[in-house]
Design a protein around this ligand. Structure first.
Ligand code: ARG
Length: 460
């Protein structure tokens, strides 16, 4: 019989059970539910509801059940129970009879589920932080392996200005550091305990909510019982943080898919993270990267789905809120896998430094240097820009690079151009001129790389 069966004369239909039951997916919170129940039983004992002996029997049974849950030894499907809370209570009643029937005194599944899910999210925030740090480490390692390499930098996917490959890596490091700080923020904000809020109005039993919160590792109790049972901001923040980070992974994947293409040829991916074609024997496809990009769809979808689910809900608990779990559980799994595979992809990546250099010297990526050179000769930048543009046209016409044009050709466009222009047009010159905080010169990039490597152990 369901927990709430007393008021009902008839049984639930099987279709209702299929729609209503959450045990098939909320069983992932089994350990958290049992942990919460142990602390609740202690609170009930202190409040005079349970005797010392009753509490100890409950704690013992819950502890054993938790070990079984963690060992994967509980048969959830066979129980036919509605959700994880009913499953645990039914198992306690089966084992302890009336003592089991006392555990739910003063508690509702509404404050229980809010507490369990916070505990579950908090645990996953901690493990996801490690995954994000793993990607940062892999980026710093690949940057360290190719510190001298220069690649073309792009805007509009047109070659724009050359940059150090390590500068590209460090750009993604910045993004993943922000993801890490979002996880930290989320954990700080969500670390309040709903237990003791009852169904919606608080509880009549004199449980010590401060003590409950402390024992469950929360900073404090939630301050309003209505909010405590209806709030799912912590799930939304997790989904937003995951979505943003998946967007970062996807942009990195997109860059790497292009760098790996036959057309660019900047990098090769390892055999461990690529697949072949069933038809074309020569193929080696960047599937891991494509899936990092592709899985954004379902993760962003889960964020959108929960926002829409929550937006019309009156206070306090509504069953719609049970829809918070499947998307969040899937998101945590997908994000975790994508972060781990991203680290593997980066570890497996080999950079073809010669090919990168060749591409960086093509595409007139030194045209800005020519304009800046003319500024040095006293020409206003806008005029210098125009002259450099004309030089590019001439080079296109002659089918060569700017630095391959003889001096008299350059002087036919502008007589201020002299022999001293050639060193300025060399690849390293332009790159290393950007010797400003945040820029791409060898010196700034090396400094930034070492700073990140030094602080890696302090990340968290
Ligand atoms: N399975 C439910 C959920 O995940 C638990 C809370 C049920 N509460 C209720 N009032 N029916 O939301």
């Amino acid at each position: 019989m369901a927990l709430w069966g007393g008021r009902f004369a008839g049984e639930s239909s099987s279709m209702f059970k299929q729609v209503n039951d959450s045990l098939p997916f909320d069983q992932v919170m089994a350990a958290q539910d049992m942990q919460g129940s142990v602390i609740w039983s202690r609170a009930l004992k202190k409040a005079g509801v349970l005797t010392e002996d009753e509490q100890q029997q409950l704690e013992k049974a819950l502890t054993t059940m938790k070990q079984k849950a963690e060992a994967g030894e509980l048969d959830f499907a066979a129980s036919g129970e509605e959700d994880i809370h009913s499953f645990v209570e039914a198992a306690l009643i089966e084992e302890l009879g009336d003592i089991g029937r006392k555990l739910h005194t003063g508690r509702s599944r509404n404050d229980q589920v809010a507490t369990d899910f916070r505990l579950w999210v908090r645990e996953h925030v901690d493990s996801l932080k490690k995954d994000v740090i793993g990607v940062i480490r892999a980026l710093l390692n690949v940057a360290s392996r190719h510190q001298q390499a220069i690649i073309p930098g792009y805007t509009h996917l047109q070659r724009a200005q050359p940059i150090h490959f390590a500068h590209w890596c460090l750009a993604y490091v910045e993004m993943f550091k922000r993801d890490l700080s979002r996880l930290n923020d989320l954990k700080k904000r969500m670390n309040q305990c709903p237990l003791g809020s009852g169904a919606l109005a608080g509880t009549t039993y004199p449980v010590d909510r401060q003590e409950i919160a402390k024992e469950l590792g929360f900073t404090s109790p939630c301050l309003n019982s209505l909010d405590a049972v209806s709030d799912r901001d912590f799930v939304l923040e997790l989904l937003f943080t995951a979505s943003t980070s998946m967007m970062h992974l996807s942009r990195m994947a997109e860059d790497m898919i292009f760098y790996n293409s036959g057309e660019a040829g900047f990098l090769q991916l390892g055999d461990t993270v690529t697949s072949g074609s069933s038809l074309m024997p020569q193929k080696k496809n960047p599937d891991a990267l494509e899936l990092m990009r592709g899985k954004c769809g379902r993760v962003f979808g889960s964020l959108q789905a929960l926002l829409v689910t929550m937006k019309g809900l009156p206070l306090a608990y509504n069953k719609d809120m049970q829809e918070d779990k499947e998307g969040a559980i899937d998101t945590v799994n997908q994000w975790h896998c994508c972060l781990c595979i991203a680290s593997e992809v980066l570890d497996s990546t080999g950079l073809n430094e010669d090919r990168c250099r060749e591409a960086a010297t093509q595409g007139f990526a030194n045209a800005t240097e020519l304009a800046d050179y003319l500024v040095g000769k006293g020409i206003p930048f806008r005029t210098g820009h125009d002259i450099a543009g004309k030089v590019v046209l001439l080079a296109i016409d002659k089918g060569c690079a700017i630095e391959e044009l003889p001096l008299n050709d350059l002087q036919s466009v502008c007589d201020k151009i002299d022999d001293d222009v050639y060193p300025v047009l060399q690849l390293e010159y332009g790159v290393n001129q950007r010797n400003i905080l945040g820029g791409t010169s060898a010196e700034t990039v090396t400094k930034a790389l070492y700073k990140e490597l030094e602080s890696l152990d302090k990340l968290g």
